[in-house]
Design a protein around this ligand. Structure first.
Ligand SMILES: [Zn+2]
Length: 162
């Protein structure tokens, strides 16, 4: 039976998939690593929002913030956003402690700072590398399936027969 990986959507044999039980339901992943990476990614996301809350001085629940961050994620990763926030926490806290017309104005101001200052953020290259690796993995899987046995193996089999 094939199951769908919750990260990449690939169909995997249920017996080979990595299984996690959540609220009595089976969640499947291609590999344990893929699952661990997902957890790590969730942690970075949580840390990012926690730090934003700290910078704002309270928990931000206005959905405008999530929209702004999601828009930023089209060109950046949570890792980049988090490390930018960490590097500039004092500055941002100072700027965001000013009076704003509305919470929406405050959020827009915050996201504009992020957008402008992260434009040249250094980790872009890393993201590219991660994407390339993903492509390589699926290619190598494909190749492995079609790979012929090395000559040595044939020779060994012939040798066994004798
Ligand atoms: Zn997968």
């Amino acid at each position: 039976m094939l199951v769908k990986c919750r990260v990449c959507g690939e169909k995997v044999d249920r017996l080979l998939a990595y299984k996690v039980v959540v609220d009595g339901k089976n969640h499947y992943y291609c590999t344990e690593k893929e699952y661990r990476d997902l957890l790590a990614q969730k942690e970075v996301k949580d840390n990012t929002y926690n730090l934003i809350n700290e910078i704002f001085g309270r928990k931000v629940t206005n959905t405008a913030l999530f929209k702004e961050i999601n828009a930023l994620l089209e060109t950046h990763t949570y890792e980049e956003i988090l490390s930018y926030l960490q590097d500039n926490e004092d500055y941002l806290s100072r700027v965001m402690s000013k009076d704003f017309q509305s919470e929406y104005a405050k959020i827009r101001y915050f996201s504009t700072i992020l957008k402008n200052n992260m434009a040249d953020f250094q980790q872009k290259e890393e993201v590219k590398i991660i994407r390339d690796v993903k492509v390589d993995v699926s290619e190598s899987k494909f190749k492995r399936k079609n790979k012929r046995k090395p000559l040595v193996e044939y020779e060994e089999e012939v040798g066994d027969l004798n």
